[in-house]
Design a protein around this ligand. Structure first.
Ligand SMILES: O=C(O)CCC(=O)C(=O)O
Ligand SMILES: [Fe+2]
Length: 238
């Protein structure tokens, strides 16, 4: 008999509780099948940027930019959320919130509606918190994992909600994930930081912008003039 450990014959997966309801159920597998999840959805550049001595891009003052997700993640998230389809109407009345009022409404779907809240918090803990510790030295979420109640995908289109007026987020810091490509999938769009008159418009698919939430980083979503722009936003430590 010949035995070899040099050839990869496959690996075990845990298929209990596999979520068969949505499109792309693999997106939910971060905890159960992390090896596969990372191979599909974690940007290969992530491991380099999370290293202690790596340099981090800063497109605007105290706005950091990291490769975190793959193109496949971004594409599958869009198709899965679009297939679900329960976009909010972008008005101030929001029954999903305690108090029922959203002061800066977007056309969006919350992770909670998708049953993806726990998985998203796991993403924040595993991949976002290490980046946060790199750029906001000494801020360790009051010694625990990042907390976030507002985790959602936003959709901008010219004939629906094309832009978002300047506002502060209810967060200590915010992450903003670009899911599709300016120039190809949409025209216009991007995020402008008013205090610095600085905009990030050359968004990169699967890359995360990280910026302080309150006080300094008043920001706006610039008008999408053609096509549809998709982002995921998360308000960390509200
Ligand atoms: O369009 C953007 O990039 C900004 C989105 C935003 O500020 C928000 O959803 O709070
Ligand atoms: Fe915002």
């Amino acid at each position: 008999m010949h035995v070899s450990n040099r050839v990869e014959f496959g690996h075990l997966i845990d298929n209990e509780e596999f979520n068969l309801v949505p499109l792309n159920p693999e997106l939910w597998e971060i905890e159960k099948n992390r090896w596969d999840w990372e191979r599909r959805y974690l940007n290969p550049g992530y491991l380099e940027v999370v290293e202690a001595n790596s340099t981090v891009e800063m497109p605007c003052p105290d706005v950091y930019w990291f490769p975190v997700f793959t193109e496949r993640f971004s594409q599958e998230m869009i198709t899965t959320f679009e297939d679900f389809g329960k976009w909010s109407d972008g008005t101030h009345d929001d029954g999903r919130l305690e108090g029922g009022y959203e002061s800066v409404p977007t056309v969006d779907i919350h992770m909670k509606q998708m049953g993806m809240e726990a998985e998203w918090l796991e993403i924040l803990r595993s991949y976002i918190q290490p980046l946060q510790l790199k750029v906001f030295q000494g801020y360790n979420n009051e010694v625990g994992p990042p907390r976030a109640i507002m985790n959602f995908m936003v959709r901008y289109k010219p004939d629906e909600q094309p832009f978002l007026r300047p506002h502060h987020d209810t967060s200590t810091y915010t992450i903003n994930v670009a899911l599709n490509r300016p120039g190809d999938d949409y025209q216009g769009g991007g995020c402008r930081f008013v205090r610095y008159n600085c905009s990030v418009t050359d968004s990169r698919v699967g890359w995360v912008l990280m910026h302080p939430g309150r006080l300094t980083h008043l920001h706006e979503g610039l008008p999408t003039t053609h096509g549809t722009r998709y982002i995921i936003v998360s308000f960390v430590d509200p």
